[in-house]
Design a protein around this ligand. Structure first.
Ligand code: KG4
Ligand code: ZN
Length: 365
């Protein structure tokens, strides 16, 4: 046992989609070792193939954990608490992480904690920025979820809005596919948009009308499938000219998606008076989203408390084990311990979320 470590030492494991990732945090929530292995097996299929993802996790999980422990310079026996993503996500992929964690925790006689993936994203920025603490308005945007929350304290979240169909990241991925760009679509659209003119094609802003009031059910709601359909129509109209127009269509789509995300988040700032925003999930890596959120928050004409946009570095915005370890530490401090018969759940509800949200039947996180 390493004596000088601050405790508890937490190992976080993430296997909900196509990243196998493990991280070791010390008792002060410092990252001692962190490994993120992105599975490239899905690229040729243009999306994540669940069965292949589960198999790849199974092949890699031991190596990834060993490397994280070695970078942290700790032994497996030094781990005090095991945390793992238990849902939502691809069930076969989740089971690899959960079974690995249960077996290891049982063998070492240590507690383990079942982490909800989206709550994990909420803790990403806190790993790098001490001020990234509630109260804040959180926009969580990933491949499977689009959630707008008011976090009054860790573990107490009010759901303001969510998507009624596709998630924001899903829309980036689908539009990229339509334009013949590689998977994952978000980074590809961002890259090619730099060469495009976002004003060339005007795309709709679904669920966003200027005259909506807070009583309106769609006030905070998102919808991205209509935007995707508008892109399908635009591509059809462009016909043979599409090749030259790809950067412009991508840029117009990115601008429309970002406009909706920023506008709805700023509505929440206005209504709650909470000027601090936290961005989480893979789409929060988007540069335009980050820039526009900061710019329009600064320009917002409303009474609010101190204003700031908190977000993680690129590495901690995408799926990673460190955010899972950090969320596990919070849940552990709350006295949570998972039972040995607890399993993974593809639709695990968001803990502490008021407002009726369940992850539903989404297969992705
Ligand atoms: O959180 P995440 O890594 O995995 C899930 O929990 O789903 O999010 C992945 C999503 C993908 O849909 C990907 O296209 C999107 O995040 N994404 C981006 C960017 N980087 C990743 N979307 C827009 N712009 C980006 N730069
Ligand atoms: Zn995620």
């Amino acid at each position: 046992m390493t004596a000088s470590l601050s405790r508890p030492v937490v190992l976080g494991l993430e296997t909900s989609c196509d990243e196998t990732s493990a991280a070791v945090l010390d008792g002060d929530n410092r990252i001692l070792g962190h490994v993120i292995l992105s599975q490239d097996v899905h690229e040729v299929y243009g999306g994540v193939v669940p069965e292949l993802a589960a198999r790849a996790h199974l092949q890699q999980v031991d190596r990834v954990v060993d490397e994280a422990l070695s970078r942290a310079d700790v032994a497996l026996e030094d781990i005090d608490v095991f945390g793992v993503t238990a849902g939502p996500g691809l069930i076969g992929a989740l089971l690899v992480g959960v079974c690995w964690t249960k077996a290891t925790a049982w063998a070492l006689d240590r507690p383990w904690v079942a982490v909800q993936h989206m709550e994990g994203h909420l803790f990403g920025p806190a790993l790098e920025e001490v001020e990234a603490e509630p109260p804040f308005i959180a926009l969580l945007v990933s491949g499977g979820h689009t959630l707008l929350l008011h976090a009054t304290q860790w573990g107490a979240y009010r759901l303001l809005g969510q998507t009624r169909d596709d998630a924001a990241g899903e829309a980036f991925d689908k539009v990229a596919k339509l334009l013949g760009l590689p998977y994952p679509g978000g980074p590809a659209i961002q890259r090619i948009s730099k060469e495009g003119d976002a004003t060339r094609h005007r795309l709709p802003r679904p669920m966003l009308r200027r005259n909506q009031s807070v009583e309106d059910a769609a006030y905070y709601a998102f919808s991205f499938s209509g935007l995707k359909t508008a892109v399908v129509e635009l591509i059809r109209t462009l016909g043979d000219d599409i090749e030259d127009e790809i950067p412009h269509v991508a840029a117009s789509f990115q601008e429309a998606a970002v406009d909706v995300l920023v506008s709805k988040t700023l509505r929440a700032v206005r209504e709650t008076g909470c000027g601090r925003i936290l961005l989480g999930g893979g789409v929060s890596a988007n540069t335009l989203l980050r820039q526009e959120m900061a710019r329009r928050l600064e320009e917002l004409d409303a009474e609010t408390g101190p204003r700031a946009v908190h977000r993680a570095s690129l590495r901690l915005s995408l799926d990673n084990g460190a955010m899972i370890a950090r969320a596990a530490r919070f849940r552990f401090d709350q006295g949570e311990r998972a039972a040995l018969d607890q399993s993974a759940s593809a639709s695990m509800p968001f803990p502490g979320l008021r407002g009726g949200f369940r992850a539903g039947d989404s297969s992705r996180t």
